[in-house]
Design a protein around this ligand. Structure first.
Ligand SMILES: C[S@@+](CC[C@H](N)C(=O)[O-])C[C@H]1O[C@@H](n2cnc3c(N)ncnc32)[C@H](O)[C@@H]1O
Length: 303
């Protein structure tokens, strides 16, 4: 697989739609992403890192893109070995934070505090769906920095954001502020999604859009593990209990073992178990991601 650098026409399309966060290049052992005027190289081998860094300069000059800074991070299979990106080109005295935009919405990016910088670019098309659906009540499970909620809130939705990490939810609140959105109609719960969903069901809460984009593996502070291949079924079943009759539910994962076909099979099983029915819809492919390099996603339209 050698997709290379994106077409300059695509760059112009992104600019015209108010987006400056997207993937610039994909090669076999690495890729390059743009976040505003900063660039992040993700690499699996030193050779890939060197090649991407060298090509970046030539490519950026050829399309007239002024790169402010370049960060690089090693893609490790073991999550314990995942480190924040390192600054390899640019002023080390500048703040490690910046702002990226997607359809004129603003998202805080932080290259200094974790392995991921704040916005998952392969969810762009799913965020667009959320904006299009214009939900009244969005349930954002595994909310991270609440990017899906920003897309719903900008169209008037109230949102409920659940994440194990208080730090990420704080960044989520900051994303609301960055977009001049009040958080009055929005709730932020620091807890395990699997404990919160049954509580919401007992209270009779219902949502018209539900986001399920869990990590491949996680461990809660109480030591309870989540393994996507094992736990997605029970997660979706609990989520269906709080879904409106005609809700849209996103089922997504970046676990490479779970294809869209596998997600559909799993979702059909859950629908059957809960006596619900739905049509399935796969998001449009992203123009900056080669096939099978982003998350696998399926939307369920309940009926
Ligand atoms: C893959 S990220 C989600 C990305 C998010 N959907 C987005 O596109 O911005 C996974 C998130 O799930 C959170 N998380 C992991 N296990 C969790 C659990 N059991 N309950 C709640 N949150 C969890 C992590 O803290 C992290 O923020």
């Amino acid at each position: 697989m050698n997709f290379g650098w994106i077409d300059p026409n695509l760059l112009r399309d992104f600019q015209a739609e108010g987006t400056d966060a997207y993937r610039l290049c994909t090669i076999e052992h690495g890729w390059v992403e743009r976040f505003g005027s900063d660039v992040l190289i993700s690499f699996k081998t030193v050779l890939a890192r060197e090649r991407l860094l060298e090509e970046l300069q030539t490519w950026a000059d050829s399309v007239g893109f002024h790169v402010r800074r370049v960060f690089a991070r090693f893609i490790s299979r073991e999550s314990e070995r995942r480190e924040p990106p390192a600054l390899i080109v640019g002023d080390p005295n500048e703040s490690l934070q910046t702002i990226a935009t997607e359809w004129y919405l603003r998202f805080g990016i932080d290259f200094g505090t974790g392995y991921s910088s704040g916005l998952f670019l392969d969810q762009r098309e799913n965020r667009r769906y959320v904006r299009q659906f214009a939900p009244r009540r969005l349930l954002n499970c595994f909310a991270y920095t609440c990017s899906f909620s920003i897309c719903a809130a900008c169209n008037g939705a109230s949102t409920l954001n659940i994440d194990l990490s208080k730090k990420y939810l704080t960044r989520g609140r900051e994303n609301f502020a960055l977009n001049n959105l009040s958080t009055i109609d929005h709730r932020f719960i620091t807890d395990d999604v699997r404990s919160v969903l049954p509580r919401l069901a007992r209270r009779g809460e219902k949502f018209d859009v539900i986001i399920l984009d869990p990590p491949t593996f996680s461990r809660s502070p109480r030591g309870k593990t989540f393994q996507v291949q094992h736990d997605f079924v029970s997660l979706l079943i609990s989520a269906l209990a709080v879904a409106e009759r005609d809700a849209h539910v996103l089922v997504s994962t970046n676990c490479s073992a779970l294809s869209e076909r596998a997600l559909e099979v799993m979702a059909r099983y859950c629908l059957k178990k809960t006596g619900r029915a739905a049509t399935f819809h796969r998001p449009l492919p992203l123009p900056d991601f080669p096939p099978r390099t982003g998350a696998s996603s399926v939307w369920l339209a309940l009926r």
